[in-house]
Design a protein around this ligand. Structure first.
Ligand SMILES: [Zn+2]
Ligand SMILES: [Zn+2]
Length: 97
């Protein structure tokens, strides 16, 4: 009789574990989705930071992958200046090469 009770308890535990595992799996999927969303956002912000070097190469890094030139930045406020002759933040004229 005691054996049957033990068996029943084991079965209950297994059932509980299954529910728990299902919950864990959902949590994993949720965090995976969040990670994907973060990656997507990173990609979009990288695109916004894209700048075109005078050599014609498009870059998202601080230095041009084509010629090694530094990304153009405002000498006054340090804002990234991509292609325009004046700083979009403070209006400082950029050195034209
Ligand atoms: Zn370049
Ligand atoms: Zn500036």
């Amino acid at each position: 009789m005691k054996d049957i009770l033990n068996k029943a308890n084991r079965l209950m535990n297994t059932a509980n574990n299954t529910v728990w595992n299902a919950r864990r799996t959902k949590e994993n999927v949720d965090s995976l989705n969040r990670a994907n969303q973060n990656a997507k956002q990173r990609k979009e912000s990288e695109k916004a930071l894209e700048w075109k070097c005078s050599c014609g190469n498009k870059n998202t890094s601080k230095f041009c992958a084509g010629c090694g030139k530094a990304k153009p930045a405002c000498p006054k406020c340090g804002a990234a200046v991509t292609g325009s002759k004046f700083c979009p933040d403070c209006g400082t004229a950029m050195d034209s090469e």
